[in-house]
Design a protein around this ligand. Structure first.
Ligand SMILES: Cc1ncc(COP(=O)(O)O)c(C=O)c1O
Length: 399
């Protein structure tokens, strides 16, 4: 029997059985649904894209997997080179893993060991944001601040190694003054906090964070698992402020195969580079650098680069703003729009109860959570399809 994610199995609503998918559409036996959330924000080119499918098939016909210790292969080396070329600054050392949570774990391990390798074992604390979400593994749950997902941690009592701050400059200054010499890193979802409620904040916060991290020798980590590859309207938020480590997942493979990358800069890499085995990064997921995933990622990145995606995303944002112009309802607290993301925050969770079924009837797949009704569409969506998704969201409040 299947145990499903994030849901009480006793009261679980029946999931929709997908029998086919193409472009922005999911097909059940008798329904065609626009996927308004791109399979957890990952399927940016839509389903069954011939270029990505072909890349995976060609690689599978060659070999589907080999381990990365003692062996190497072209797809993984080409992907590491491609990320080095793509990412800003000197972010150029890619460590691959199989999911977003694990790539953030790797970043956190790197940050701790960066200091340990230099003889400093006192920097055990992680600074991160209130309402942050970085994955469901233990250290990422600790670094996160999202009780809706991580309330099980209450069994451990107060978090000893974590400090959470709001996205306010005064809180940032205070945290560095107070804890600057105990921190190993500042971990953030840059510009857009997704699972915590699609909260948008100012780039000035990240710029100041960069200065303070430099001043206190604290590593700045951007968790771009959700924001990477265009979601905020920027290629990467790292293009605006360059972190020491960036985490990529989800859209890295166009959402075709689970894979992720933790990409470090020269300074971080140098702290590990030594003839001392103790200074090596002791991590090695079995499926890191999986050739099928790397082939999918290379194809996905070439589509992203060649398909004017930033223009497409800017257009998605423009249409979304146009469609929501002046829209309001007493149940709505705020409507937030950035790049390819729109979120309606309601005052009360009951205000979105039943939306999933309402949307299904109108040919849209949605998965609102807590008190957030949102869309993160595939970037290949056509205007009339996007308008249908947005109309559906508005229609819910007009009933
Ligand atoms: C910002 C962020 N980090 C990490 C993760 C975890 O990624 P995964 O589900 O691939 O483990 C997510 C997933 O939603 C995310 O949004």
């Amino acid at each position: 029997m299947l145990w499903r994610p994030y849901q009480q199995m006793k009261t679980l609503p029946a999931p929709y059985r997908i029998v086919d998918a193409e472009g922005v559409f999911l097909y059940t036996e008798n329904k065609k649904l626009i996927d308004s959330i791109s399979s957890w924000w990952s399927v940016i080119h839509g389903y069954k894209h011939p270029v990505i499918t072909k890349a995976i098939i060609e690689q599978a016909e060659c070999f589907s997997h080999v381990m990365l210790a003692g062996l190497t292969h072209d797809p993984v080396e080409r992907l590491a080179d491609k990320l080095e070329e793509l990412l800003p600054g000197d972010l150029k050392y890619s460590f691959f893993s199989d999911s977003g949570s694990v790539c953030v774990e790797v970043a956190l391990k790197m940050a701790l060991q960066y200091h340990v390798n230099q003889g400093n074992c006192n920097r055990t604390k992680i600074l991160s944001l209130m309402n942050s979400y970085h994955g469901d593994t233990f250290k990422t749950m600790e670094a996160g601040d999202d009780d809706d997902y991580h309330h099980v941690l209450k069994a451990y009592g107060e978090k000893r190694y974590n400090i959470h701050i709001p996205t306010e400059l005064s809180a940032l200054e205070f945290a560095f003054n107070q804890y600057g010499e105990e921190l190993n890193c500042f971990l953030v979802e840059p510009l857009l906090q997704c699972a915590g409620g699609m909260r948008i904040y100012d780039v000035a916060f990240l710029k100041r964070a960069r200065e303070l991290c430099d001043k206190h020798d604290v590593l700045l980590i951007f968790d771009e698992v959700a924001t990477g590859f265009g979601r905020t309207g920027n290629r990467f938020v790292s293009d605006l402020v360059v972190p020491d480590i960036v985490c990529l997942g989800k859209a890295l493979t166009g959402g075709y195969i689970g894979h992720a990358a933790t990409v470090a800069n020269e300074k971080v890499y140098r702290a590990f580079y030594s003839s001392d085995p103790q200074k090596a990064l002791m991590h090695g997921p079995t499926f890191m650098g999986n050739p099928l995933a790397c082939a999918a990622a290379l194809a996905s990145i070439s589509l992203f680069e060649e398909g004017n995606y930033l223009e497409r995303i800017a257009k998605i944002e423009l249409i979304t703003r146009r469609e929501f112009e002046g829209f309001q309802d007493d149940r709505i607290r705020e409507i937030r729009i950035i790049g390819g993301c729109v979120c309606i925050e309601t005052y009360d969770a009951s205000a979105i109860d039943g939306y999933r079924e309402f949307a299904y009837e109108r040919g849209v797949f949605a998965r609102p959570f807590i008190k957030y009704l949102y869309a993160m569409v595939p970037y290949v969506i056509r205007e009339e399809e996007l308008v249908r998704v947005l109309d559906c969201m508005k229609a819910w409040f007009k009933r």
